[in-house]
Design a binder for this molecule. Structure first.
Ligand code: HEM
Length: 359
């Protein structure tokens, strides 16, 4: 174990291509302090998995939202493994509408015109907000609302009347479930409910949007595998899981050490590098390759252990519905000529554009 990293996540060039640094870290510096980044880096699959489930390593700060664990429980229960049928139908309908809008276009950018809209619409529907709110969520996600602790000044004010309405007349949506939750025997405050709803909107509008962009990029970059998924739609789930392994939208999950853990001092920040773990050759054969037939893609993109993401089922539904609609409505969909879109971002990472020929 070395105390000093050979290079830093903040070095120029790492954001453009973090994989060379990831290789060095996994190979020679599996637990190392990155001083400029201000965190201890963990990069091997087995170590990341263990760290995420270690009770001595906790999420850095619950942010403005109390009872964050309660959110996880409520979201898990409401969306769980089975997304409600009405929500599923709504997401499928929206995917179809969005894909149909591209049907007569020569060129389009799937990130701006599809990936950023479908997950936002899915989260709006899950919370039981009016469909028109999708445009607001889309705008908030482009200006500061993100996964975990997402915050936007206009958001709380916008949600407050909806919270009041659900308290008076509960429905069967996620916002009503948050209003009805009693984590400590008492209902959550309005501030907590709006904070948790913001997390759901940010998680979908930002993180799922990024994951969808990488997913569609991977498939369009591998036309033979795309043809296979087109012919055998039951492969869509494996294709999605494989994209999350290879290109997780959240590349880094942070933890704070409650006490000394090996060389890591108490109070220090630990960065679990999901992007490095997903391409660990000790865990995955030929890890840089995108392969829809990979038997076990590992599943670390959602974290692991007690804090594992409770939105996985909604994210998967969104991705599968999106892909199905695109393949049905746009049978000739392919990448537009030109350079491959580059992924950007150190913590949240995905291609910012995906130019395609819809017909
Ligand atoms: C592909 C899409 C998504 C990915 C890759 C993803 C990934 C993650 C990750 C890595 C974490 C942190 C886990 C940890 O700290 O160990 C997390 C937490 C969380 N996610 Fe997601 N997420 C996605 C979509 C969603 C969606 C759609 C929702 C809402 C419906 C959601 C709600 C949450 C919540 C509430 C937490 C906090 C859990 C806690 O603190 O205990 N996520 N997610």
């Amino acid at each position: 174990m070395h105390r000093g990293a050979p290079a830093s996540l903040l070095d120029p060039g790492t954001e453009a291509d973090p994989h060379p640094l990831h290789r060095t870290l996994r190979g020679k510096f599996p637990l190392v302090h990155d001083e400029p980044f201000g965190a201890w880096l963990i990069s091997r699959y087995a170590d990341v998995r263990a760290a995420l489930a270690d009770p001595r390593l906790v999420p850095p700060s619950p942010g403005p939202v109390p009872a964050h664990g309660a959110c996880r429980a409520v979201v898990s229960q409401a969306l769980g493994d089975r997304v409600p049928a009405a929500l599923r139908a709504g997401v499928e309908r929206t995917a179809h509408v969005l894909a149909s809008r591209l049907a007569f276009r020569q060129e389009a950018d799937l990130v701006a015109e599809f990936c950023q809209w479908l997950p936002a619409a899915a989260a709006v529907a899950a919370l039981g907000l009016p469909y028109e709110d999708t445009a607001r969520v889309h705008a908030w996600c482009r200006t500061g609302l993100d996964h975990l602790g997402g915050h936007h000044p206009g958001l709380a004010a916008h949600l407050r009347p909806h919270v009041a309405a659900r308290r008076a007349h509960p429905g069967d949506d996620l916002l009503s479930a948050l209003c009805a939750a009693r984590p400590d025997g008492r209902p959550l405050s309005d501030e907590a409910v709006t904070g948790l709803a913001a997390t759901v909107l940010g998680a979908a509008g930002e993180t799922t949007a990024r994951a969808l962009a990488s997913f569609l990029t991977n498939l369009l970059d591998h036309p033979r595998q795309l043809d296979l998924v087109r012919a055998r739609p039951e492969l869509a789930g494996a294709a999605w899981a494989e994209s999350l392994r290879r290109d997780p939208p959240l590349q880094i999950v942070a933890r704070r050490a409650l006490e000394p853990v090996g060389p890591v001092p108490g109070g220090a920040t630990v960065a679990c590098l999901l992007g490095a773990a997903g391409r660990d050759p000790a865990r995955f054969a030929d890890p840089d390759r995108y392969d829809v037939f990979r038997a076990d893609p590992g599943g670390l993109a959602y974290g692991s252990g007690p804090h594992r993401c409770p939105g996985a089922a909604l994210a998967r539904l969104t991705a599968e519905s999106g892909l199905r609609a695109l393949l049905t409505v746009l049978p000739d969909l392919r990448r537009a000529p030109g350079p491959r879109p580059r992924a950007e971002g150190l913590v949240s990472r995905s291609p910012r554009t995906l130019p395609v020929c819809p017909r």
